[in-house]
Structures are given as C-alpha cells and as structure tokens.
Design a protein around this ligand. Structure first.
Ligand SMILES: O=C(O)[C@H](O)[C@H](O)COP(=O)(O)O
Ligand SMILES: [Mg+2]
Length: 295
C-alpha cells in the first residue's frame, strides 16, 4: 500500500490530532549532519504547544544523550535527556539491565564518545578509543586478545583504524565467550549532500573477518524497540514514528504497531517510499517542515 501523501493544512491538522506521541528519527529528519532541516524547530514547537510528547530515537551512536541535548540546543530545538533514545543508550541499557554484564569485565569499543559515555554511566569500563596508532607487520604481533574484555561493541566510528579492527577481531575470534554487539547496522550515513558509509558498513568488516554474527540493538531491531516501548509506555494507536528510511525507521514503527510518517528531505527516495511493497495503513508521507503551516 502506498503512503498517504499529506500536503494540505487540513490534512496536517487531522494527522497531528490523531496522535499523542511522536517518535522522531534524527539523521535525515531533524538534521543532516549539523544542519537543521528547514522549519523543523517550528514544527516541534507547534507539537509541544499542542501537548504532544516528543521522543528522539536515533541509531547514531556517536554522541551521548547529554551531548545530543547540546546539539539540539545549538540548533534551536528544546530537548531533554529523557526524551533522547540513542542506539548507544539502548546498548548500555541492554548490556547492564538485560545481559547483566559483569562489571569486572571491560568492553572493547569501535565507536565514538557516545558509546563510551553511556557505558560509563552504567558503570562499564571501555577500551579502544585511543587505538589509533599505525600498525605494521612487525608490530602486528603486539595485538593480543585481552582476557578482561567481555564484549566488543561496534558503532559509527569516524576514527576507524586497522589497529581497532585487529583488536576487536582477536578478542572475538580467540575468546568465543566475548559478546559481539552492534549499536545498529545502517548501511549508510546521511551527511547532507551525500550518503557515506554507515555503521553497518564498518560492522561488516568484522562480521566477514570473524565469521561471527553480532546482536544488533538499533532500529528496526527488537532490543531498541522493546526498550522504547517500555520506557515511554507507548500507546501504539496514539503514537507515530517519523523517519527517513524504510528499512530502519518505518520498519521499526511497523514492528511496534505504530503509525508511520516517512519524510522526504532529500534522503528517502520518493520512489522507494512509495514502492508497492510499502507497508500498511496509517502510513503517511510528507515534508516535515511543511507542517509548520499549522500553529
Ligand atoms: O550509520 C549510522 O549509524 C546511521 O546512518 C545513522 O547514524 C542513523 O541515524 P538516525 O537516522 O537513526 O538518526
Ligand atoms: Mg535517519
């Protein structure tokens, strides 16, 4: 079923009135990199003024929730830590609360400060963020499995290095008890003008070399979905997931029994959004900033 295209003021009004909670994806919906999408701050203000609850659900694990608040503020958007649910936070919650990860063990991280800080918040020590040094065949033998490492986590890492990959690889291959977790597995990362390699593209280097399958946290996978549904006690019939990608955001909404809105901000290809295998009823399409016509 093709999505219902919203384009008139009355269509926007009745769409907004249908829901109490809006889950917003971030990359490609609220912003592209560090550029906010036109009129989106006004749309979010309008929703808040109508008493709507906003939750920001992002697969981007590069930034901690506290630092996301700073980013939102810098872009003129009000947001609290409690409203932000990133794949780094979902990973920390899952390791700590669900897997009951042994705090005497450490986590080797391929990823940014977002993962490190969220894990530290739940008392888990991380390794790997400064493994940036050059490697040669002569120095390769220095890279050994570390018995203290109980898990390897892979997220988006703008400072990816062979040294990090080699450390992650030996820990995953030499220690079968070492958990293998990915914050998400998006193939690409929207950066505004272009798409770039996403977490999934980095992750698959390790999947290929170790022949191990990671547990993936982020949209549309179950760990993130269950955490969000539980933490915010969502009423599916009154909740809409707003995203830019069918394979993560829209599928996440469908799995949660939510309504979905696919936004067209130059990332989601309109043809793909309208593809015949597009999902179910309560599936909408709009340019998010256009909703600013209603106050
Ligand atoms: O590669 C990634 O990690 C993702 O493309 C990216 O960060 C997605 O973030 P989201 O659209 O879920 O905010
Ligand atoms: Mg996105």
């Amino acid at each position: 079923m093709a999505p219902t295209r919203l384009s008139t003021r009355s269509e926007y009004e009745s769409f907004v009135d249908r829901y109490d909670t809006f889950l917003f994806d971030c990359d490609g919906v609220i912003w592209h990199g560090s550029t906010v999408v036109n009129n989106v701050p006004e749309v979010l203000d309008m929703l808040r003024s109508r008493g709507k609850r906003l939750v920001f659900v992002t697969n981007n694990s590069a930034t901690s929730r506290k630092d996301y608040v700073k980013k939102f503020t810098s872009l003129g958007i009000q947001a609290s830590v409690e409203e932000i649910f990133s794949s780094a936070y979902a990973t920390a919650v899952y390791l700590h609360d669900v897997l009951k990860f042994d705090p005497s063990k450490k986590v080797y991280v391929i990823g940014g400060s977002g993962i490190r800080h969220e894990l530290e918040e739940v008392g888990i020590t991380t390794l790997g963020h400064d493994d940036l040094g050059q490697v040669s065949l002569a120095t390769l033998k220095e890279i050994e499995p570390n018995a203290e490492v109980g898990a390897v986590i892979c997220g988006i890492d703008y400072d990816i290095s062979y040294r990090k990959l080699a450390n992650a690889h030996v820990n995953l291959v030499e220690n079968p008890d070492c958990l293998f977790i990915a914050t998400n597995d998006d193939r690409t990362l929207p950066g505004g003008k272009h798409m770039y390699p996403g977490t999934g593209s980095l992750l698959n280097t390790l999947v290929y070399s170790t022949q191990r399958t990671p547990l993936v946290m982020g949209k549309p996978n179950t760990p993130m979905l269950e955490c969000v549904l539980k933490k915010f006690s969502l009423e599916p019939a009154r909740t809409c997931m707003v995203g830019d990608r069918l394979d993560t955001d829209i599928l996440f909404g469908i799995k949660g029994g939510l309504s979905t809105l696919c936004v067209l901000t130059g990332v989601a290809d309109e043809a793909a959004v309208c593809s015949p295998e597009s999902p179910q009823a309560n599936y909408y399409m709009a340019s998010l900033g256009d909703l600013s016509v209603i106050q």
